[in-house]
Design a protein. Structure first.
Length: 125
């Protein structure tokens, strides 16, 4: 991602990669947020020591680096993160423990439905 090799991810470099995601979203007819809004979210997520400059140490310190990279590289996971319920990680103490099998089945179902949706969009293009 560090296109100029200076050890810093600049806003220009992040915009370059985000525009690739925007291009994919336009192809699929998916509404996207402006880069300015996206970068505000990413800076809030990473909390770099130096304003508007993300370094490797900032990413290593961040606990949600996967969300950062998904935003710029993995459209499917980026969209999942954007649509995720922010309270979904809060566990209800009265709810029973979900087995690994149920978690696996839910993940596979999600994968299949995403693939079907992507294939339908590709057929239209």
């Amino acid at each position: 991602m560090d296109l100029d090799g200076d050890g810093i991810l600049s806003m220009f470099e992040l915009d370059y990669f985000y525009q690739e995601q925007v291009h994919k979203m336009e192809i699929y007819g998916i509404e996207y947020m402006p880069f300015e809004d996206c970068i505000c979210q990413m800076l809030d997520l990473v909390k770099p020591e130096e304003e508007n400059k993300i370094r490797l140490k900032d990413l290593k310190r961040c606990k949600l680096t996967n969300v950062f990279f998904d935003t710029f590289f993995n459209l499917e996971k980026y969209l999942d993160n954007e649509q995720k319920d922010p309270f979904s990680n809060v566990k209800d103490p009265d709810s029973p423990e979900i087995s690994d099998w149920v978690k696996f089945a839910e993940a596979e179902y999600d994968n299949l439905t995403h693939e079907d949706g992507a294939n339908e969009n590709l057929d239209e293009v």
